[in-house]
Design a protein around this ligand. Structure first.
Ligand code: SF4
Length: 593
C-alpha cells in the first residue's frame, strides 16, 4: 500500500464556547493515500468542511485545533507557520469549491489567474508558463483554449468555471486535492462530466483526493474509500463497496436509504382524474426589446402543452436553463406569458389582468427552493400563515383563522409553539414546512413546487418529499413539481415532462418516460444520475458531452443535435414535431417521426 499523502490523527477542533456542542470535530483519524479518492460524507454541520479547511490551514479565527495532527506528506500542518502554509497551498495541496465564482477573481482573465499560480510558485519563463497554461486547459477538456484563457469567469458556464478551477488547482501537480462539494451546484449531466474529469486527472497524476460530499450517489461514482461523519465524529469508514453494500452504522444506513432510488418507476396515473390545469401553446420570450437598450430575445419557453390532474403530480425535469422555472412562473402568473393559454379549471388565465387574479391565487400556490428568502424574516409564523388567509379567504373570523393555523402546523409536522416564533429560529427543513403550510392555508387545488428540496440535506429532503406525498393523499392536491433531481420525480410523479431549451421533448406517465425513455436527451439524463450502486454504474453508461447551448441562439433543427449521439443530417435542419408513440406518451425526435 502506498504512503499516505494526508494523515489525520485524533483531530479535535473546538467551537466557540456557548453553543450546544463544544467540538466541531473530535477524535477524527483517517488517511488519504497517493492515487486514492477518499469521500468524506455527512450532512450540514457534520464537520466535513471544517476538516477540509483545517487541512488547508484556512480555519476561521473562531475555530481552533485543540488536539491531534494533520500531516501532509509527513509534514505537520497544524503547527506550520503562515508562510510555510502559503507555500504548501497550491504547490503540494489545493482545493476546489462548490461555487467557482466565489473562488475565481471576477475581474481577471482566466489565463491570468492560472498564470498567477505559476508566477508565484515556479521559476518558469513567460513562454513556458503560457505553454503550461494551454496544456492544463486542454487537459481539463475546455474547448477552444485560446478563447477560454482570454475570457473572464462570467463569460463561461458553471461547468466551464469548475474546469478552470480544477486547472488552477492541478497546474502545479499537488500531492493532495481537496474537493469540497464541487458538483453540488451543477446539473446532472455536467456533474457527471466533472466527476469523470476528476477521476481521469487523479489517475493520471497519482493525486490523493479528499472528496467532500453529502450525496451517496456521488460516492458510488467516485470513491475508493468512504468516511462517514456525524456531528463531528467519524461513525464509519471502509472501502466503498463494503460501506455501500453493508453499511454498519444506523446513520450510514439512514443516509443511503434517503437517496431516492430509481425504482419503482413513478406512481400509476389515474386517467379518470379531472384535468385542473392545462397549458396550450404556452410561450415566454424575455427581453425582446427595451426602451433604452435592445437585447437579444431569449425564447425561454415555446409551445408548451401540459396537463395536470386532480390529486396527481406532474414532474418537469431538465437542466438549468431548460425553461422549467419559466413555465412554473407563467402558470402562477409571476411572469406574463408571451403567447398561449393557461387553462385553470377550463378558464384561460394567461391574459387576465392582475387585479382579476384573486380567485386564481387561491387555487394555485407556489413553494420556492429557498424557504428563507421566501419567508418574511420580520413576521411571526402565525402572521405569515394568516396573511394569505386574510387576503384571499375573506369573511373568516380571527378565531377561525387561529384554529386553522394550529391545524396547519400539525399537518406539516411542526409544534403549535412554532406560531409565535420567527423564520430564522427554524432549520432549513422546518422553514420549508412553514412555506408549505403557508401555501396550504388558502386550500389550493394545485401547488407549484419549484425545486423545493434542493437546498436541503438528503435526510431532510426525504422528510419533505414524504410530507408532500402524504398531503396529496390526504387532501387531493395536485403538484407541479419542478426539479433537476430525477430520483425525486421518480418517487413523487405520476406524469413527467422533460424540457430542453424551452421545449418539452418528451412527456407521458412517469413509469413510461423514466422506465423506457424514448428521447435521446431523456436517456442521457437518466444515464447521468449517480445511483447508489457499489460499482458506480452511471459514469460508465452512455452519456452526452458538451453543455446546454445558449437559449439566445439555439442550434438550428433539433436543438439537441450538437449533443445527440444519434443525430442524423435531418436533425440539423428540421425541428421535430411532437409524435405520439402511445396514446399518453409524446416525443419530439426524428427517430420517432
Ligand atoms: Fe437526436 Fe435527431 Fe432526435 Fe434531436 S431529432 S434528439 S438530434 S435523433
Amino acid at each position: 500500500m502506498s504512503e499516505p499523502v494526508l494523515q489525520v490523527t485524533d483531530l479535535a477542533i473546538a467551537l466557540p464556547t456557548g453553543g450546544d456542542r463544544p467540538f466541531a470535530v473530535s477524535g477524527v483519524s483517517f488517511a488519504v493515500r497517493r492515487g486514492e479518492i477518499v469521500c468524506l460524507v455527512g450532512e450540514s454541520g457534520s464537520g466535513k468542511s471544517v476538516i477540509a479547511h483545517a487541512t488547508m490551514g484556512l480555519l476561521p479565527r473562531a475555530l481552533a485545533v485543540t488536539a491531534g495532527t494533520i500531516a501532509l506528506e509527513g509534514e505537520d500542518i497544524v503547527r506550520a507557520s503562515a508562510e510555510r502554509l502559503r507555500a504548501l497551498r497550491a504547490a503540494r495541496m489545493s482545493m476546489i469549491f462548490q461555487e467557482p465564482m466565489t473562488a475565481l477573481n471576477p475581474v481577471m482573465r482566466c489565463g491570468d489567474q492560472i498564470d498567477e499560480v505559476l508566477r508565484t510558485h515556479t521559476p518558469l519563463a513567460p513562454a513556458e508558463r503560457r505553454a503550461k497554461i494551454l496544456d492544463i486547459v486542454r487537459e481539463v477538456h475546455l474547448p477552444d483554449p485560446d478563447r477560454v484563457v482570454a475570457s473572464y469567469p462570467h463569460q463561461l458556464s458553471g461547468g466551464q468555471r469548475q474546469r478552470i478551477m480544477i486547472a488552477m488547482a492541478l497546474v502545479l501537480e499537488p500531492a493532495l486535492l481537496i474537493a469540497d462539494e464541487p458538483t453540488t451546484a451543477l446539473d446532472v449531466t455536467t456533474q457527471a462530466q466533472i466527476l469523470k474529469l476528476v477521476r481521469e486527472l487523479q489517475a493520471k497524476h497519482g493525486t490523493g483526493v479528499l472528496f467532500i460530499t453529502h450525496d451517496f450517489g456521488v460516492v458510488s461514482e467516485i470513491a475508493d474509500r468512504v468516511a462517514v461523519l456525524r456531528r463531528g465524529k467519524l461513525v464509519e469508514m471502509g472501502p466503498k463497496d463494503e460501506v455501500l453494500r453493508r453499511p454498519r452504522h444506523p446513520y450510514t444506513k439512514m443516509l443511503i436509504g434517503s437517496v431516492p432510488s430509481m425504482t419503482p418507476h413513478g406512481r400509476p396515473v389515474d386517467a379518470s382524474a379531472r384535468v385542473i390545469l392545462a397549458t396550450r401553446g404556452l410561450a415566454k420570450t424575455y427581453g425582446a426589446s427595451g426602451f433604452f437598450r435592445r437585447r437579444a430575445a431569449v425564447r425561454a419557453a415555446e409551445d408548451v402543452n401540459l396537463e395536470i390532474r386532480r390529486g396527481q403530480t406532474l414532474g418537469i425535469v431538465g437542466e438549468s436553463g431548460s425553461g422549467k422555472s419559466t413555465v412554473a412562473r407563467c402558470i402562477v402568473r409571476l411572469v406574463d406569458p408571451s403567447a398561449g393559454e393557461v387553462l385553470l379549471d377550463g378558464e384561460d388565465i394567461a391574459a387576465k389582468p392582475a387585479r382579476k387574479l384573486g380567485a386564481m391565487r387561491r387555487r394555485v400556490q407556489i413553494v420556492f427552493q429557498d424557504p428563507f428568502a421566501s419567508l418574511n424574516p420580520r413576521m411571526r409564523v402565525a402572521d405569515i400563515l394568516a396573511e394569505g388567509m386574510r387576503a384571499l379567504d375573506r369573511g373568516g373570523t380571527e378565531g377561525e383563522r387561529s384554529r386553522r393555523i394550529d391545524a396547519l402546523l400539525e399537518q406539516v409536522g411542526l409544534p403549535a409553539t412554532a406560531k409565535d416564533r420567527y423564520p430564522h429560529e427554524f432549520s432549513g427543513g422546518q422553514r420549508q414546512r412553514i412555506a408549505i403550510a403557508r401555501a396550504l392555508a388558502v386550500r389550493p387545488k394545485l401547488i407549484v413546487a419549484d425545486e423545493p428540496t434542493s437546498a436541503l440535506d438528503v435526510s431532510v429532503q426525504a422528510q419533505i418529499v414524504n410530507l408532500l406525498a402524504g398531503l396529496q393523499a390526504e387532501l387531493g392536491i395536485a403538484y407541479l413539481f419542478i426539479t433537476h433531481n430525477l430520483g425525486l420525480v421518480e418517487y413523487l410523479a405520476h406524469e413527467v415532462a422533460v424540457m430542453y431549451l424551452g421545449r418539452i421533448v418528451e412527456r407521458g406517465p412517469a413509469e413510461r418516460v423514466l422506465g423506457s425513455p424514448a428521447h435521446p436527451y431523456t436517456q442521457a439524463l437518466l444515464a447521468a444520475v449517480p445511483a447508489v450502486a457499489p460499482g458506480g454504474a452511471a459514469l460508465a453508461a452512455a452519456r452526452i458531452e458538451g453543455e446546454l447551448p445558449s437559449p439566445i441562439s439555439p442550434p438550428a433543427g433539433c436543438h439537441f443535435h450538437p449533443r445527440c449521439p444519434q443525430a442524423t443530417a435531418a436533425c440539423r435542419s428540421a425541428y421535430p414535431q411532437e409524435t405520439r408513440i402511445a396514446p399518453d406518451h409524446a416525443v419530439r425526435c426524428h427517430l420517432h417521426g
